[in-house]
Ligand binder design. Structure first.
Ligand code: DAT
Ligand code: MG
Length: 149
């Protein structure tokens, strides 16, 4: 079963879109394992975004993600990584499809509301960056048999 890290970025919190974003992932059928409201430190931001060090947008990205609180979550399910990515929409919100989170609520790449891990390795790395093992809850969901055959 895949796990993936989702962040509601500072713009999502400031704009009151936490519930909307959680609702979309819940309704899609993914299972929530952990959630915290937190302030991202510069240290955590630079580790999380280390793949982008040296890119022209890096400084702006780190100051954006550290500018105001975020909500960090871990969602689980078969294909959870890809399902979150398609639910979020394209990185550049200007071209994100309507019906996606970014395509419905955002207009540009630098304020694109959400983060979702992009692969199995980055998901494992990012989940452990934001959550200790004992902060994730192992639970069984009664609706699972109506979501998966
Ligand atoms: P994603 O968040 O869709 O996984 P990414 O990992 O390529 O996208 O980049 C991380 C974040 O960095 C992205 O959400 C917004 C910002 N970003 C990426 N490319 C950018 C660019 N060309 N200009 C400005 N910001 C960019
Ligand atoms: Mg990414």
């Amino acid at each position: 079963m895949e796990q993936t890290l989702v962040l509601v970025k500072p713009d999502g919190v400031q704009r009151g879109l936490v519930g909307e974003i959680v609702t979309r992932l819940e309704r899609r059928g993914l299972k929530l394992l952990g959630m915290k409201f937190m302030q991202v430190s510069r240290e955590l931001a630079s580790t999380h975004y280390e793949a982008h060090v040296g890119k022209p947008f890096y400084e702006g990205l780190v100051s954006y993600i550290t500018s105001s609180p975020i909500v960090a979550m871990v969602w689980e399910g078969k294909d959870a990584i890809q399902i979150v990515r398609t639910t979020m929409g394209a990185t550049n919100a200007a071209t994100a499809a309507p019906g996606t989170i970014r395509g419905d609520f955002a207009v540009e790449i630098g304020r694109n509301l959400v983060h979702g891990s992009d692969g199995v390795e980055s998901a494992a790395r990012e989940v452990s960056l934001f959550f200790k093992a004992d902060e994730l809850v192992n639970w069984s969901r009664e609706t699972d048999r109506w979501i998966r055959e």
